[in-house]
Design a binder for this molecule. Structure first.
Ligand SMILES: O=C(O)CCC(=O)C(=O)O
Ligand SMILES: [Fe+2]
Length: 239
């Protein structure tokens, strides 16, 4: 990413609402440093991926106990967000929560919405492997909101890239990662962010296929409800 780029240079115009894809958002060295810094003892193993949350997971009422993010999750990523103006309109003007997901080949995440616990912006940094994020349109059927069973768009996430989803792209769609080993039929007319990719030639040379290896994603969000109870326990006066 060049220093004079603005977020609008990276808009995925095919997807309504606001979605942006920034290739090479971080360097190879920054990627390697992040992978090394991820603590090996904080993973929670799920059936189809493993994950960890920083500074901690949300309570049942979707409240975050106020605590700083670890330094390695702040620099360089949040400084780079600031230079793009990301999170400037969100309540805390910066992300306060990071979810780290790790997917082996054949692993993924079911279509879902990120929901109302967060301000409607999510910024995802991808590490190690390329894969496709499937985006589904919600359709209104009378009172009922339904999910179309086939993805409407596919966004390819390369290692070191940033994907930003906000506005109606956040509220009116679902996203998921299919549990496959190879993403196929990757072409200009099937990948929404094709023109923004860092290296589309590698896909062309590979017959439109991407063979997945293990991918790690860092999803940055601003949790709306923050409790200061932790600060009080640490000795701040009440009231
Ligand atoms: O790994 C990703 O890119 C998506 C993760 C995700 O959707 C989530 O954690 O809510
Ligand atoms: Fe999500």
């Amino acid at each position: 990413m060049a220093a004079d780029n603005t977020l609008d240079d990276f808009r995925i115009t095919e997807v309504p609402g606001s979605m942006f894809y920034v290739p090479d958002f971080i360097s190879h060295k920054e990627e390697a440093d992040l992978l090394k810094a991820i603590p090996s003892n904080r993973w929670i193993q799920l059936q189809h991926r493993r994950l960890q949350t920083h500074p901690s997971s949300l309570s049942k009422s979707n409240t975050l106990l106020e605590a700083p993010l670890p330094a390695w999750l702040v620099d360089p990523i949040i400084s780079k967000f600031k230079s793009l103006g990301l999170f400037s309109d969100s309540p805390h003007h910066a992300p306060n929560h990071v979810l780290i997901n790790e997917y082996n080949p054949n692993e993924g995440i079911m279509p879902h919405e990120d929901g109302a616990a967060y301000y409607p912006i999510v910024a995802t940094v991808s590490l190690s492997s390329t894969l496709c994020l499937d985006i589904y349109e919600k359709t209104q059927d009378g009172e009922e909101t339904r999910l179309n069973s086939t993805p409407k768009w596919r966004v390819l996430q390369e290692p070191r890239s940033l994907l930003v989803t906000c506005g109606s792209a956040y509220t009116d769609t679902l996203h998921g990662i299919s549990e496959i080993e190879v993403d196929e039929d990757l072409r200009a007319d099937t990948v929404a962010n094709w023109g923004l990719l860092g290296d589309s030639n590698i896909l062309v040379d590979n017959g439109g296929k991407n063979v997945r290896t293990t991918r790690v994603s860092l999803t940055y969000r601003d949790v709306l409800k923050v409790s200061r109870v932790g600060a009080r326990i640490l000795g701040r006066p009440r009231g």
